[in-house]
Design a protein around this ligand. Sequence first.
Ligand code: C2O
Ligand code: CU
Ligand code: CU
Length: 465
Amino acid sequence: MSISRRQFIKSTIATSLMSQLPVQLWADDSSPHYDYILTAEPAEINLIAEATTAAWGFNGQFPAPVLYAQQDQPIRIKFINKLNEPTTIHWHGLRIPIAMDGVPFLSQPPIPPGGSFIYEFTPPDAGTFWYHPHMNSTEQLGRGLVGAFIVRERQAQAFAEDITCVLKNWHIDQQGQIKRLSIPRYAARMGTPGRWPTVNGLHQPTFDVPAGEWVRLRLLNVDNTLTYRLHIPNAQAYILAIDGCPLATPRPLTEHPMGPGMRLDLGFIAPSKGTSWEVWHGEHYPLLSLHSTVSSQVSKTPLPSTLSEGQHSVPSLPMNPIPEPDLENAEKVNFIFEWAGALTPTAQQKKGKHTFWTINKRAWEGMSKDSIPAPLVTLERGKSYIFTLKNITQYHHPIHLHGHSFTVLTSDKRKIIPYQTDTVLLGKNESAQIAFVADNPGRWMFHCHVIDHMKTGLMGYVTVT
Ligand code: C2O
Ligand code: CU
Ligand code: CU
């Protein structure tokens, strides 16, 4: 594994604010060798001044350790469950074998309290991914079990700075106490929002950037509910990658909606010394500031580029080896996402388990060891598919497929330049077409990443034979 402890620390302390955080890498010197040892455990953390929050954290910390892997290199992670309830870890966006996908019952038995599991895989794609449990997601993600997973490109990219920002809006009150993470009347609408916006656990932090140098800014929406509308007023920034998938041609950032689970890699030349930029969420509030300081870089390798913009050319990231779907011969499958709040209450609902959403008229039944519901559809391995995704609700839904990256082809609401992703954000009443090669055998979850929605029906899976 070529990602060394030194590199990990270097990138962790790359910004002045991050340097105040404890740097902890769980290196295990005894054999067998693990690149990381990761725990999930209760953690007292400081989100607001003068108060602590009873959170759950990877390695007992928030933000969680940023895990680094190298494209095409195996990584081995020993995970230990120190919670009082079962869990699993899912590696969001990684095209890895089903046995490592971390979905309870479907791909592995739940890891009991005190139990452990070794996750071992080789990421085929470079980019910005993340990891989170796939059990009791409302609580486990809501309380802080969310972390960045960075896969470095085969060839090192020559950015002077590479900053990772994990965005989460905590459900806490003024005393730092965690409030209700899910409220049915919100679950039936946009999802239950938090009220304390944080970036790497800090409220509106400032990151130093080296004046005049190219910076890569990785933004990850690990929130249960919120869609961030990202823009940087008065700045010229470029979208390099969406959800871990590079754009063949980077394009200028205007406003970019990033739903739960989604990521955005931006590239920009840091402004002149002393200048500050702010990354905003719509017109609501600034999420973070970027402050230009004098560059400490002596020299840098020139960046590869695909397009010229004024004086400078914009760096592009190498494309990932995602198979091209055969659109001519692709088989078409339709999915309708619908609101079910008006249906007569089911027996489950009477027990306090609500159903508000359906996929093709069916709400996710839930799983256990002895009952795994039928797939939404069975796909033939190696074949190309075009899914038509039709949102006939008044709310938006970030629809995510495990184990594959797909191409977004069209939308009836906006102009699409086809791009690859693992999550497509459907606006209200929007229909989109996505295409992919079903090349990864297994049972792959297909769900909305608004946790309140997935927990109240908007979930299912597809089988690839
Ligand atoms: Cu972030 Cu089912 O995934
Ligand atoms: Cu996923
Ligand atoms: Cu949804």
